[in-house]
Design a protein. Structure first.
Length: 251
């Protein structure tokens, strides 16, 4: 073999390692995502929401997760989206099956004072970069079923109303009116999101199963994938406030 050709092949082999091991690919992606987003820009309520939704999506769509049901990040780290009994959402990171830190909408919480905070911030930034790269479709953030089971889909820019028809109703008579789509402002989206979050936050009123006249809040991971669902009693103040807000569009 020509010596020059041999040297070129040898150089190529050394500089281009094989990628047949999923763990090696994961580790390589993990290392290259570090510092794509400056650490001081990673921790925010919006970034947490985006990353939490991405983690939910990964858990629902991944064919390969570890035996504990967590997402493999690389370099021995794993993570999972968690919602506590009090409704607090967090992303929990593990190494060797030990919880090392968690992130919520306000802060990063290490388990001990000697933890490497720089590395932990980098880990969260790495997952955030993946969430941005995934760019999950998200025209709608919430779906709400009112007491008559009419459906409202809510996004940052619009509200879409899908009414019950007589053929769909239990009585065979009731109609929720005509379907429509309305553009909304950022201020209006914040108004309805605050009302929906209040309904989600008040765990003391949530029902275990849907009863006639109750309301249902659905948090969406994507436009077609459901994250969490919350049931509000028929006469609860939270339900009445939500449906009163929607009422402005039906006049």
């Amino acid at each position: 073999m020509n010596c020059t050709l041999f040297l070129l092949l040898a150089t190529w082999f050394i500089s281009c390692p094989l990628h047949d091991a999923e763990g090696e690919q994961e580790s390589r992606f993990f290392s290259t995502t570090f510092n794509q987003t400056p650490m001081q820009q990673c921790l925010s309520a919006d970034n947490f929401t985006l990353t939490f939704r991405y983690a939910q999506w990964k858990l629902k769509t991944l064919k390969t997760i570890n035996k504990n049901g967590r997402i493999i990040l690389g370099n021995g780290f794993e993570y999972i989206a968690r919602e506590g009994a009090d409704g607090e959402k967090s992303i929990v990171f593990y190494k060797k099956n030990v919880e090392t830190f968690s992130v919520n909408a306000q802060e990063l919480l290490p388990l001990d004072k000697t933890s490497d905070l720089t590395k932990y911030h980098q880990l969260f930034c790495a997952v955030l970069d993946r969430a941005r790269f995934a760019n999950l479709p998200h025209d709608f953030v919430y779906r709400y079923h009112d007491g008559a089971n009419n459906v409202w889909s809510i996004g940052p820019q619009k509200v879409v109303y899908q009414p019950v028809t007589p053929a769909m109703s239990s009585s065979g008579i009731y109609s929720g009116g005509k379907p429509f789509e309305k553009a909304i402002s950022a201020a209006q989206f914040k108004e309805i999101e605050d009302l929906l979050k209040a309904g989600v936050a008040n765990k003391t009123i949530h029902e275990d199963s849907r009863l006639k006249g109750s309301g249902m809040i659905i948090e969406l991971i994507t436009d077609t994938m459901i994250g969490s669902t919350y049931l509000l009693p028929m006469r609860s103040a939270e339900k009445e406030a939500i449906e009163s807000w929607f009422g402005q569009f039906k006049h």
